[in-house]
Design a protein around this ligand. Structure first.
Ligand SMILES: Cc1cc2nc3c(=O)[nH]c(=O)nc-3n(C[C@H](O)[C@H](O)[C@H](O)COP(=O)(O)O)c2cc1C
Length: 196
């Protein structure tokens, strides 16, 4: 059965996470990816990665304007498996936490939550003030998953690609989508050791 996964890219630093997610999902025949780009996301993506709106859009199966409140994914009656916001700006986090539905990203995220589907946010800001932290708590209380894109150095990443792949793979773990060879899995400090 087809899995529709919404990927929203917003204007926080780290647009590469959303782009890599789309590249990985494009390799999975069972997944239909739906992309929403915020205007700030387009600016940061171009600045950080060189990918413009068109280069990102071709990675998705379906693209939606952030202004299109009539889009299929704005209704809970349209079957969607899950949604990821990667990266998630503090602006979009606040909009989702407070149910503002003021663009298609926060509308689709609100629909995902109300339909009790999986919503994963990769919020990016540092340091965090109280409202950022409270908004993350609110989304968690509503059933969303807050997964900040923080590297795991115990896996000894050697380049940015390793760091991005690990985060993307662990994000897909949250959706129940396992992609071979994307995540380095922890196998214990000493694989040979036996328990005493
Ligand atoms: C280069 C660049 C980096 C930014 N990084 C962040 C960030 O890490 N986190 C954040 O919340 N906002 C960041 N911003 C600001 C957001 O883009 C801005 O708040 C915008 O209104 C977010 O809108 P959106 O949620 O619709 O994408 C950054 C802006 C620029 C230009």
């Amino acid at each position: 059965m087809i899995k529709r996964v919404i990927v929203a890219i917003t204007g926080a630093t780290g647009c590469i996470y959303g782009i890599r997610l789309l590249q990985v999902l494009a390799e999975l025949p069972e997944v239909e990816s739906h992309l929403i780009l915020s205007p700030a996301g387009i600016i940061t993506a171009k600045h950080e990665t060189g990918f413009d709106k068109k280069a990102i859009s071709v990675l998705a199966d379906v693209c939606h304007s952030h202004k299109d409140f009539g889009a299929s994914i704005s209704s809970g009656s349209f079957p969607v498996h899950s949604m990821i916001v990667a990266p998630c700006s503090m602006n979009t986090l606040g909009s989702i936490a407070h149910g503002l539905d003021n663009n298609l990203i926060s509308r689709a995220a609100g629909v995902t939550l109300k339909e009790r589907r999986t919503l994963v946010l990769l919020p990016r800001e540092t340091p965090l003030h109280l409202v950022h932290l409270r908004n993350m708590t609110i989304v968690t209380e509503m059933g969303g998953i807050i997964a900040p894109p923080v590297p795991s150095f115990y896996q000894h990443p050697v380049n940015i690609e390793d760091i991005v792949n690990q985060t993307v793979g662990r994000t897909l773990d949250s959706l129940g989508i396992e992609v071979p060879d994307l995540v380095k899995r922890w196998e214990g400090l000493n694989k040979e050791s036996t328990t005493e």
